[in-house]
Design a protein around this ligand. Structure first.
Ligand code: NCD
Length: 301
């Protein structure tokens, strides 16, 4: 059975919990080749990124290599995309060449739905437009789980361009599955419609003392046409700074999927503040992607 990893919404709570536990195991054993290096030996993973990426692409590559797989990095700028080849034909080509799974990022929210039925190998969503980023969602869940030993009942404020953020998209799906409460904060025009009772709009300063975690988001400038952003006034109105960090509970944590703009959505000195888990999220990204690759490849006949 081909196992695609496309959206957190297609998983049950129990399945997600088992992926979180497996990710946690990998986070403890990432550097233990004797324990894990055989798991994906002889597999070939193709990274196909039509949008820029640092963390997601590199962490998928490191995850695959830690599990003993080989990696092909497809770079659109240096490929037949330049000769007019379509996304569909590119993915079918990689399948024909012998890739066992494709890790795929694209700016179109729904292109995956069109391509999936034609593929005979696993497709893993590494960021689809502004829709979902399920491996980021999973690494955020792992980070919260490691911190609080539970997910149920956690309160998370998400601040910034929530409307265009696939990271928020996946977190909101997860909130519904796990019974977490999400508070959307930021400029009104950048907040999406509220999808259900597990999400509400909130005043950032007022909600900060209530929450267990704050997820800061970048303004997705590439998904806006004419947005003028005055970084200084944005930082003052919605940025995470010392004054706001002091409003947080002492055991609450600061998250950010990266890339972060220091001095815009987060003050320089808070990126590595003791309450920040931003770099922890990044290393959890490798562990999570190991669990996802292992899960996806377990469907091979
Ligand atoms: C995010 C993305 O690409 O969606 N980054 C990531 O994968 N860690 C967030 C962003 O670009 O703002």
């Amino acid at each position: 059975m081909i196992k695609h990893f496309l959206s957190l919404s297609s998983f049950s709570k129990a399945d997600l919990l088992s992926l979180i536990h497996r990710s946690h195991f990998f986070s403890q054993n990432q550097n233990r080749p004797d324990q894990i290096h055989h798991l994906l030996k002889h597999s070939i993973i193709a990274n196909v990124f039509y949008e820029p990426s640092t963390r997601t692409r590199c962490s998928f590559e490191i995850a695959a290599k830690r599990l003993g797989a080989d990696v092909v990095n497809f770079v659109p700028e240096h490929s037949s995309v330049k000769k007019g080849e379509t996304v569909y034909d590119t993915l079918k080509t990689l399948e024909s060449l012998g890739a066992d799974a494709i890790v795929f990022r694209h700016s179109d929210d729904h292109i995956i739905d069109l391509i999936k039925p034609a593929l005979k190998i696993s497709l893993i969503n590494a960021g689809a437009g502004k829709y979902e980023h399920p491996t980021q969602g999973l690494l955020d869940l792992l980070t919260l789980f490691q911190e609080f030993d539970k997910l149920e009942g956690l309160k998370v404020a998400v601040c910034g361009d929530v409307k265009h953020s696939r990271v928020a998209g996946s977190l909101i799906v997860a909130a519904k599955i796990f019974g977490m409460q999400i508070y959307q904060c930021g400029p009104e025009s950048l907040l999406p419609e509220i999808p259900g009772k597990h999400v509400e709009n909130a005043d950032f300063d007022k909600i900060l003392p209530e929450v267990d975690a704050v997820m800061m988001l970048r303004i997705q400038l590439e998904r806006h046409e004419n947005l003028e952003l005055d970084s200084k006034s944005y930082h003052h109105q919605f940025g995470m700074n010392h004054r706001r960090q002091e409003l947080m509970k002492k055991n609450a944590i600061i998250l950010h999927p990266g890339p972060f703009n220091r001095g815009v959505e987060i003050a320089d000195e808070l990126v590595e503040h003791p309450q920040s888990r931003i770099f922890k999220q990044m290393s959890n990204g490798v562990a999570t992607r190991m669990a996802v690759l292992e899960w996806a490849m377990s469907g091979r006949i």
